[in-house]
Design a protein around this ligand. Sequence first.
Ligand SMILES: *Cc1c(COP(=O)(O)O)cnc(C)c1O
Length: 380
Amino acid sequence: MTGLYRCWAEVDLSALHGNLNEIRLLAGPEKKIMAVVKADAYGHGLKQIAAVLMQAGSDVFGVATLAEARAVRSIGKGWPILLLGACLPFEVESVVREGVMATVSSVEEAHLFSNAAVRLQRSVFVQVKIDTGMGRLGGPPEAGEALLEEIGRLPGLLVTGLFTHYSSVEDDPDFTLRQRVAFSGLVNRLKSKGASFEWLHASNSGGLLLENDSDCNTVRPGLLVYGIAPKGYRELDARKIARFRPALTWKCRIGFLKTVPPGTAVSYGHTYFTKVTKRLATITAGYGDGYLRAASNRASVLIGGRRCAILGRVTMDQMIADVSDAGPVQIGDEVVLIGNQGQETITATQLADWCDTIPWEVLTNITYRVPRIYRGGNAA
Ligand SMILES: *Cc1c(COP(=O)(O)O)cnc(C)c1O
C-alpha cells in the first residue's frame, strides 16, 4: 500500500500503546495520565492517536487549541480535556458550552469564565496555573492561596486542578528544584487548609524521567508518549527509557539516479561540489514536506541499509543523497528520513541535532502533504 506514496510517515499504534503503559509504570499506579496531544499529536495525527490513547487508558488529554479539543471530543464524547494555553476572550463561551477544562492564571480570566457560565446556566471546570519559573502562563506561587480563594468564590466555576510547568528540567536540576519547592510549598499550604484537587500536576516528559513529584496525582507527558526521551545535560536513567519505542517512521523514495564526475555542483547556491566521482540519488522529500532546510549538507538518510549524506541544499520537494556506498539501489527504493533500515537508525533527536533544533520541532514540522499511515493496534 505504501507503494503509492512519494513521501509518507508510518505510525506504529502498538508503540504508542506500549509507551503509555511504560509511562504508567514509571509514574506509578496511583498517578493519572494526561497525554499531551497538541499540534496534531506531535505530528502523528490527532484523531487516530487520541483514539489509541483512549484505549490505552489516558485519563485526560492536554491540548493547545479549541480546535484540538473538538477533534478529541469528536472521537470520545465524555473524555476530560484540558486546554493548556490561555483561552482568548472570544473562545470563552465555546469552552464553557463544550465542557472543556480551561487553564486560568488570574482572577480576571476566571471572571470571564464565571460570567459565561452564569449566562449559559452551566458550570465550567478550570485548572489554575502557577508560574514557578517558566515565565509564560500562571500566577505567582506566593499569591497562589489568595488567587485560589478569590477564584473559588466565583459562581458557576469549579477549580478541579492546579499545575505548574518546568522550564529547564532536562538541563538544570537546581533551577528545577526551586520550581518544585515553590509548587510543593503552595500545594502543602492549600492541602493543610483542606483543599484537594482532582488534577495536580507538574511533570512533562522530562519531569517524569528526572523528578520526584510525589505531591502530585497526575503526570503530563507529550514527547515520551511518542517514544522519544527529551535529551539535555542531565543524564537519563537508561533503564527508564529503554522500553520506549518511537512511533513514527518517515520515508520517501529515490526519484532519480546519476553518476557525476569530480567538481560537479549540487543543488541551489552550489554549496557542495563533488571531489570524486559519485553516485547521487535525487530523493522525494524536501522542506515542503517539513524536512528542515537547516539539514542541508549536515544530515544523513538511510538508503540500502546505509547512512547516506545529504549533499547541498534541501529544496522544497527534493534533495540529493550520496549513494556511492549504498550498494545496488534503484529508482523507487525506500529512503528512511527518520526510523530504521537494516541495522541503521536515524532518530528524530539525531535529525534535530543536525538541524540545531529539538525533536519536538522536527516532528511538528512534518507537513500536511505527508500522509500518515497507521499500523498495529486497531489501525483504521
Ligand atoms: C507541551 C506541554 C507538555 C508536554 O511536554 P513534553 O516535553 O512534550 O512532555 C506538558 N505541559 C505543557 C503545559 C505543555 O505545553
